[in-house]
Design a protein around this ligand. Structure first.
Ligand code: F6R
Length: 612
């Protein structure tokens, strides 16, 4: 969702803020703004509807803002349409205090009405303006900014990461968080706040993760962090391993394409430190045997693409572990009375580690006594910190809104976990185990082989990009893959698309198939390829054009019934979906490119969904 940056230092703040916002823009991009306190103590604010580039132009053409301290924001609208007034920073009535906010204040209406009764006048429709006016109210009463901040935090309900500037304290930024990410960066030329580390890589890799209810005061010289009781804390500092280029396009037209192409390396990183001497070693899960003894069911909980990984995991883990595994949408999970307790293991999958629904599911699981294992990409994120066990994907920063390398590495890690647990509980036979481990190690080179045929997918996309509706069909893990392929296409190309379990189509949806309808048939899962073939024949006989994706094993069978055929390298059936998703990503990417879509920043979306 929204991105926050703040800088208190010796250099000019505006370029630092704009650079940070550019790197955070993937979190939300319907408006942007900055506030800077000048040397003579004046609060200056510039904000604008639209992409960051609009704000940049505004700053170039108008009188420049100057000062060594400032905050910035890039917005994904929740309360109030994207316009200049609703853009952040919001400024208190007295013109002294500015606030940027990521999250949602649930009781904002009640507070707004109470402040209006006291004579406060609101100019925006946002929940954030309530924070700044409330802060103004308490600050006037107490003349102590920090005390006023604590008063505000005691009064507001919801999720927030906040950056606060007050011209009475021209050398300070105050920051606070609850259920929304915020970290502090320690640089040589000053100190920073940011929603995520990518915004800071050009300046520093030394960071501290703020925890819920903490309040930080930053100046150019140092940072003090207090807990909810106002006690000064000694916080651990962490080093971010990612380098700057990891968050730059490096010659690619889009981050999405770069991230697709990075998959061999990303998968290599995910597995290389976890396979030694033909053995899977999960240091993070040393007590696996003990854990497994007490577990009789597994829930895999996630949102969007991460949920699709969970669906592949359901099929794989049930087969490997012989216990019931349910893949559950995080937004449904906690309202569906899942059978939690000590005998359930909950696996939460999240690239960002900040998705609010997934976080809430995690907390519900812990509250009910279940152990939680998370698969996360962003180090130090909330989900990682609150889980009993964390497996990091090590995919590097993912900037494109549509996930690719995070999805693939999540899947690899989940499968690796499944095989590891099967070995720990002696369910898998030695020979089979050895075969799968060998295939894990070959994945990077096989992914590269699929990527080498990039031009074929490009060609296919240029043939089909004008279709208005696309169906994906498949069985078992191919069905789960179809869901991901369909989501990729929808989110970046805006083409209506649906994914169906191939055998289910005839129970209603086949009525939508007419001459020329595009069906993408996934038949990589060999045990069910023949069954899928029957469904391909059904849509073909109603005039559908079929792009089929198979492996060498079933290429002949499926090829006879398809308009176009893509044949993937074979691997162990359990791992086949890792290769199977690559064509779907490439197809969606090139279709969107042909349609002239804004691939890295699709409309209405944002990365890291920190609202319910
Ligand atoms: C789609 C996509 C989303 C995310 C979902 C969960 O391309 O990226 O569906 O997978 O919002 O996000 P994380 O993994 O950060 O919890």
């Amino acid at each position: 969702m929204c991105g926050i940056i703040g800088f208190a230092g010796k250099a000019e703040a505006v370029p630092v803020l704009l650079d940070g916002l550019e790197r955070l823009e993937y979190r939300g991009y319907d408006s942007a703004g900055i506030a800077v306190v000048s040397e003579d103590g004046a609060l200056q604010v510039k904000k604008s509807k639209g992409r960051l580039s609009v704000l940049q132009k505004l700053l170039e053409t108008q009188e420049p803002l100057s000062g060594n301290i400032g905050i910035g924001h890039t917005r994904w609208a929740t309360h109030g349409e994207p316009n200049d007034t609703n853009a952040h920073p919001h400024v208190g009535q007295g013109g002294k205090i500015a606030v940027v906010h990521n999250g949602i204040i649930e009781n904002y209406l009640e507070i707004k009405q109470s402040l209006m009764r006291k004579g406060f006048v609101f100019s925006s429709d946002t929940d954030t303006e309530v924070i700044v006016q409330l802060l103004e109210y308490y600050y006037r009463k107490k003349s102590d900014l920090l005390e006023a901040v604590y008063d505000v935090l005691n009064r507001i309900k919801g999720a927030y990461a906040l950056g606060i500037l007050c011209s009475d304290f021209p050398d300070q930024i105050v920051a606070a968080r609850k259920d929304a990410p915020l970290l502090i960066g320690y640089g040589e030329d000053g100190n920073y706040i940011a929603s995520d580390a990518t915004a800071l890589l050009a300046h520093t890799r030394t960071v501290t993760y703020m925890e819920d209810d903490e309040v930080a005061v930053l100046t150019a010289e140092g940072v003090r962090i207090f807990d909810g009781d106002r006690s000064l804390l000694e916080k651990e500092k962490h080093t971010i391993e990612w380098d700057v280029s990891a968050a730059e396009k490096c010659g690619y037209a889009h981050f999405m394409l770069k991230e697709i192409m990075e998959q061999p390396e990303a998968v290599r990183k995910t597995i290389s430190c976890r396979i030694a001497d033909k053995e899977i070693v999960l240091e993070e899960l040393k007590d696996a045997k003990e854990l497994l003894k007490n577990i009789s069911r597994i829930y895999i909980v996630a949102c969007g693409s991460a949920y699709h990984v969970g669906m592949v995991g359901k099929y794989a883990l049930e087969k490997l572990l012989h216990i019931p595994v349910e893949a559950s949408l995080a937004s449904e999970f906690r309202y569906s009375e899942p059978l939690l307790g000590e005998s359930a293991l909950v696996i939460v999958i999240s690239q960002s580690g900040e998705t609010l629904d997934s976080m809430a599911a995690l907390r519900e699981a812990k509250r009910k006594g279940s152990r939680v294992l998370s698969i996360v990409n962003v180090m130090g994120s909330s989900i990682a910190r609150e889980s009993d066990y964390v497996l990091y994907t090590w995919a590097g920063p993912e900037i494109a809104v549509a996930t690719t390398k995070a999805y693939t590495t999540q899947m690899v890690l989940l499968l690796l976990l499944g095989v590891y647990l099967a070995k720990q509980s002696d369910i898998i036979v030695r020979e089979e185990y050895g075969k799968i481990v060998g295939e894990f190690q070959k994945l990077p080179e096989k992914i590269s082989a699929v990527l080498n045929n990039l031009k074929d997918y490009q060609k296919s996309a240029s043939r089909y990009f004008n279709h208005n509706s696309v169906f994906y069909i498949g069985r078992n893990v191919d069905y789960a893959l179809g869901l991901e392929g369909s989501l990729k296409l929808k989110e970046i190309s805006y083409i209506h698309s649906e994914s169906y379990a191939a055998g289910e189509l005839k129970h209603g949806t086949i009525s939508l198939i007419e001459p020329g309808t595009l069906v993408i048939a996934l038949a990589m899962y060999e045990p069910l390829a023949e069954k899928t073939l029957s469904n391909i024949v059904e849509v073909r006989s109603r005039g559908a054009e079929v792009i089929a994706i198979t492996t060498e094993l079933t290429a002949q069978l499926i090829g006879s019934q398809s308009s176009e055929l893509f044949v993937l390298p074979e691997t162990h059936p359990l791992l086949q979906p890792v290769l199977g998703v690559i064509p779907l990503q490439l197809f969606a990417y090139y279709v969107a490119l042909n349609r002239g879509c804004d691939i890295d920043k699709p409309r209405n979306l944002a990365k890291s969904v920190t609202v319910e």
